[in-house]
Design a protein around this ligand. Structure first.
Ligand code: CO
Length: 461
């Protein structure tokens, strides 16, 4: 057996899970050389939320962050998470935009692109996967893990074989909710590994308290790579701590052989930064509490906290339990979609509407209508005919590849944003988040007079 490889997630999922993706580039850069020498297989540094938070909250260029990271990380692979045909946004993009985005991600420094589709509809990852290979990247395709009568080990095995046939370089089991139980994980990994000949990685979350147990069983089953976060940004809704896993395996045949001194240095470096985010309330202690109830409801932790805030805003916090019971029903009606972005938000909202309006599917958000019409792809199991009829009447369901309905749009985006974008990368930023990117680019290239004055004063003094 070869050594276990480690993907360090603190620069993407770790801070996304615990501090709403608020790490600034300036807080990341000084520690990168240390991390580069620690013996990691890869550093996960980029994804939808990191990109979004840069532009929306931090007034930073996400592409610039990537380039600066790449300059300092010379040995370790850099990894990103991509939502298939949705890229880093919340809708399907045309194929030319998908290809351009992948090309630019690789050109700016990404080595491994982890591509997933919420429905495991491989038609939605095909273009991004092909582009990754075309531009010399490592194409990792994800299996979005969920539990339902149709999501059997046989289902996942077939999916893994289809993924291999698509030419993927590796596969990840993406347990975004942290609900994969250790023994189930052991079986799943053994079975998948028996039919594939490419590396298998496992991604989970520590929310329910079982993640480390799962990892140990996954290691027994021969998992090649696991995702962990440096202790400062580990635990709770994030991943298990890198150092703990490394210590637990030290001296065994799967010892990941990380440099413990450098891991310690990394953890220490982030401590005052974490302290700052605890003090200003960005790190809510709730995110660090163990929540075994997610194993009962089989929902991602983030979805539970979103529900609480959605219901509180509607002065309906007392109906939380009812909504929790409604979610599995909605999910069944809709053909058991895995609860990952954007489906987790969509199913959650529909359940809230069903409970608060007093009549199921009386109110239906546009996204759910589009889903029922087939515009997100194929549902894992057939939908309830009755609910389908209630939502879209006799309208026909589209069974093709959703992006086939979208004409090329890169040049249209380029035209729309005009001189405000100074590169193709900035056109893509605009394509992902049109409104906020426009504000961001205006701030960058056409700052208001006062701001210029303030800057001048800063320079003088
Ligand atoms: Co995750």
């Amino acid at each position: 057996m070869n050594k276990l490889k480690i993907t360090e997630t603190c620069l993407r999922d770790g801070h996304q899970s615990l501090i709403a993706t608020r790490l600034k580039t300036a807080e990341i850069l000084p520690i990168l050389e240390t991390m580069d020498n620690a013996g990691y297989y890869s550093l996960e540094v980029w994804g939808g939320a990191t990109f979004d938070a840069c532009v929306r909250f931090l007034n930073e260029d996400p592409w610039e962050r990537l380039r600066e990271i790449r300059k300092r990380v010379k040995k370790t692979k850099l990894q990103m998470l991509l939502r298939g045909q949705n890229l880093l946004g919340y809708r399907h993009y045309s194929d030319d935009v998908v290809e351009k985005f992948v090309q630019k991600s690789i050109e700016n420094g990404i080595d491994i692109i982890r591509i997933f589709d919420a429905l495991n509809d491989l038609r939605n990852v095909k273009v991004a996967a092909d582009a990754t290979k075309k531009y010399g990247g490592h194409c990792q395709l994800a299996i979005s893990y969920t539990i339902s009568p149709v999501h059997t080990i046989e289902y996942y095995k077939n999916l893994a074989q289809e993924i291999v046939a698509m030419g993927a370089d590796s596969i990840v089991i993406k347990d975004m909710a942290g609900i994969l139980l250790p023994e189930e994980g052991y079986k799943l990994i053994k079975e998948i590994k028996s039919v594939i000949n490419i590396p298998l990685e496992l991604h989970t979350h520590a929310t329910s308290g079982i993640a480390s147990m799962l990892y140990l069983r996954a290691i027994d089953a021969g998992i090649d790579i696991i995702d962990t976060a440096i202790s400062t940004f580990a635990g709770g809704t994030s991943q298990p701590a890198t150092e703990s896993i490394a210590r637990a395996l030290a001296g065994t045949e799967r010892d990941p052989q990380l440099n413990m001194e450098l891991l310690k240095e990394t953890a220490e470096y982030f401590k005052p930064i974490r302290e700052k985010y605890i003090k200003d309330g960005t790190l809510n202690p709730q995110a660090l509490f163990t929540e075994p109830s997610i194993l009962e409801y089989q929902l991602p932790g983030g979805m539970l906290s979103n529900l609480v805030s959605q219901l509180t805003a509607q002065k309906a916090a007392h109906r939380y339990e009812e909504v929790l019971r409604e979610i599995p029903k909605v999910r069944e009606d809709l053909g058991f979609p895995p609860l990952v972005t954007p489906l987790s938000q969509m199913v959650g909202t529909q359940a809230v509407f069903n409970v608060l309006s007093g009549e199921r599917y009386k109110l239906v958000p546009k996204e759910i209508k589009d889903y029922v019409k087939g515009l997100y792809g194929k549902s894992p199991a057939p939908m309830s005919e009755e609910v389908k009829k209630k939502i879209i009447g006799d309208e026909e369901v589209f069974t093709g590849r959703p992006a086939d309905l979208i004409p090329p749009e890169f040049s249209k985006l380029k035209e729309e944003i005009g001189d405000l974008a100074h590169s193709d990368e900035e056109v893509l930023t605009y394509g992902m988040f049109p409104q906020i990117a426009k504000t961001y680019l205006e701030g960058k290239y056409a700052p208001a007079k006062e701001e210029v004055k303030v800057q001048t004063i800063n320079i003088v003094f």
